[in-house]
Ligand binder design. Sequence first.
Ligand code: CA
Length: 226
Amino acid sequence: MKILVVEDEAMLREGLVDLLEGAGHEVISTADGLLAEQAATAEPFDLILLDLCLPGLSGIEVCRRVKKVRPAQPILMLTAKGSEDDKVSGLEAGADDYVTKPFGPRELLARIGSIYRRLEASPVSAEDLSADGCLLHLGRCEIERDGEAQALTAREVGILRWLHRHRNRAVSRAELLENVWGSRGDLQTRTVDMTIAKLRQKIERDAAKPRIVITVTGVGYAWGDC
Ligand code: CA
């Protein structure tokens, strides 16, 4: 894979580059948030490893800007131990997963492997769905309502895919966290609610009265029968 490493601690950055090159990846590295944004918007990477506290531009902002241009760009955040808020804001900014510092080489390579497998497992061919007057182009991370197109994040596409695949039943927040976020149980369910609130703003005719992603009281969410 071609990987962009964004980390301002020189020792850690060099260690990451050595580790990833040693595992056969092509690696480009930078210590600066703005340079990272430039590199990542100029060309796609198979993966970006992104530190959160950076000179130039914060990791969260880099993540947000890159995901705006490339919604499907996989990003793995490097977060400090115990900073639950960092994890939540990073995931809300569109990051696909995170590892907590300090991490061992095996943990990092395992996490990279799991992101890679998830990408391989999600079909790249276009999947076009239509729901309540909204066209959902899942393959290209885009929706269209009333002739207006809007980009979806990879996470939003993941939620839509999961709910549609299991459209005959309600899906719990924990199930979404596990299957769409690939989380290990340390994320909070409010992350799901906030992501779905944003998704509804994009796809629903009226986000206050959702018909595509509906709430099932006491359970979670379901694909609306529309
Ligand atoms: Ca840092």
